[in-house]
Ligand binder design. Structure first.
Ligand code: NZQ
Ligand code: ZN
Length: 395
């Protein structure tokens, strides 16, 4: 069990009508000139955006708006937001949307006080030292950005490089979560979100430190809950109880609770970020397309952990005479679950075609920063292993 330092400062305001508290919360955290940041059209269509703007205006809070954040949010939008915040003297950023909007808001918040090129923070040329306060009104449970220290941005000016930067500075001051707001999610986004939530948990569960019983139990319960609720909610999209479990799980999966005593593996995430950067696929679907191949690649050297997962999470009967067979049935059960909720389990299923050898080479090169980096916790993955996993997922 690894020593840990658990810090999760975000105030969570959860439930029906939780949005009504937005103005009081913004004031509590010092906001007086607010950038309201949002995505394509869903927040406007649902009336949520107008409701937020109205509540802030009624409380005498000055707002400026910037919409149009795309999934896998882009640096060019971040630059527009930084310019707008500077000219309007914005002192608080409210993200109304999902992970993409929240990450774009966090990036703008880093950029406003930074004097150099904001991409320096993702490029490793600088570390964040200041950040405007950010908060979220969450509309899709998936990325967990509403409680995480991460901010993932795609550089659309330099060959679609997708990079994350981690710092407690950008953690949301508060997150408003009304599960009713997720009733309008398309089935594909619901399923991709559930997949991402499960992967944030699994990519901590499969790590080098495996003797934290309480963290294991929390992770296993979270995974069973999301798995069961995801299947059910696709049949009953307006079921508040189901939506609520998934929404809360999304935050707990990525606020580091399921990392206490362990550490991140996140190999599937790193490999996926190259797919969503180059091909614009939905992050959660990309994870589903890759995980089974990663799992098959590493499992033979970590059979006991995969058996525990198969039995405690996927409900596989343990065959003591054949632990590797039990572990494999657990991986197959995850893939069967992904198919049940409409997620792909290979790159051709994800994209409608396999990737080419040149594309695999490019993804490996970008992922490993030109061959310099290997990563992973349960097992270190180098460029050879990265290519092997992409190849396994490509059939
Ligand atoms: O743009 P609009 O019209 O709002 O539509 C969005 C978008 O098309 C739609 N949507 C959101 N809420 C909705 C809705 N549609 C109907 N009803 C609603 N209530 O859903 C689509 C996806 O939204 P997006 O914000 O992209 O989803 P998600 O939360 O999955 O975020 C994905 C991004 O987060 C990054 C991913 O890489 C990706 O860029 N991640 C961020 C992390 C973090 N900061 O901690 C960790 C994650 O591992 C992940 O990498
Ligand atoms: Zn993720």
């Amino acid at each position: 069990m690894k020593d840990f330092n658990f810090y999760t400062p975000t105030r969570v305001v959860f439930g029906r009508d939780s949005e009504a508290q937005v103005a009081a919360l913004v004031k509590q955290y010092g906001g007086s000139r607010v950038l309201v940041h949002y995505g394509g059209s869903s927040a406007r269509r649902s009336g949520l955006l107008d409701k937020m703007l109205g509540l802030l205006a009624d409380a005498g809070i000055y707002t400026v708006q910037l919409g149009g954040v795309v999934p896998n949010p882009e640096l060019s939008m971040v630059r527009r937001g930084i310019d707008l915040c500077r000219s309007e003297k914005v002192d608080f950023i409210l993200a109304v949307g999902g992970g993409s909007v929240i990450d774009s808001a966090k990036a703008i918040a880093y950029g406003v006080p930074y004097e150099g090129d904001v991409w320096d923070l993702w490029d490793g040329k600088a570390v964040p030292v200041a950040c405007l306060p950010v908060a979220a009104v969450l509309t899709i449970p998936a990325a967990g950005s509403e409680m995480s220290s991460s901010c993932v941005i795609t550089n659309d000016e330099a060959g679609m490089l997708k990079r994350g930067v981690n710092s407690d500075l950008c953690r949301c001051k508060f997150a408003i979560m009304n599960p009713e707001r997720t009733f309008t999610l398309p089935a594909y986004q619901t399923a991709a979100g559930a997949t991402d939530i499960m992967m944030h948990t699994m990519e901590r569960y499969f790590c080098a430190h495996q003797d934290m019983m309480l963290t294991d139990a929390i992770s296993e319960a979270l995974l069973r809950t999301v798995k069961d609720c995801a299947v059910a909610v696709l049949k009953r999209p307006d079921d508040y109880r189901l939506r609520a479990q998934i929404m809360w799980a999304g935050s707990l999966a990525h606020n580091d609770l399921t990392e206490c005593g362990g550490e991140k593996d996140f190999v599937t995430h790193k490999l996926e970020h190259e797919l969503s950067a180059m091909f614009g696929v939905t992050h959660g679907a990309g994870l589903a397309a890759l995980w089974g191949s990663w799992a098959r690649y590493v499992m033979p050297r970590h059979v006991n952990r995969f058996v525990q997962f198969a039995v405690n999470v996927m409900g596989v009967a343990c065959d003591w005479a054949d632990p590797e067979g039990t572990a494999l049935r657990g991986i197959e059960a995850v893939e069967a679950f992904f198919r049940t909720i409409g997620m792909p389990t290979s790159i051709p299923e994800l994209m409608g075609r396999p990737v080419t050898e040149a594309e695999i080479a490019e993804m490996v090169d970008k992922c490993s920063r030109g061959g310099r980096l290997s990563f992973g916790s349960i097992e270190k993955i180098d460029t050879t292993a990265m290519a092997a996993i992409y190849h396994l997922a490509n059939v």
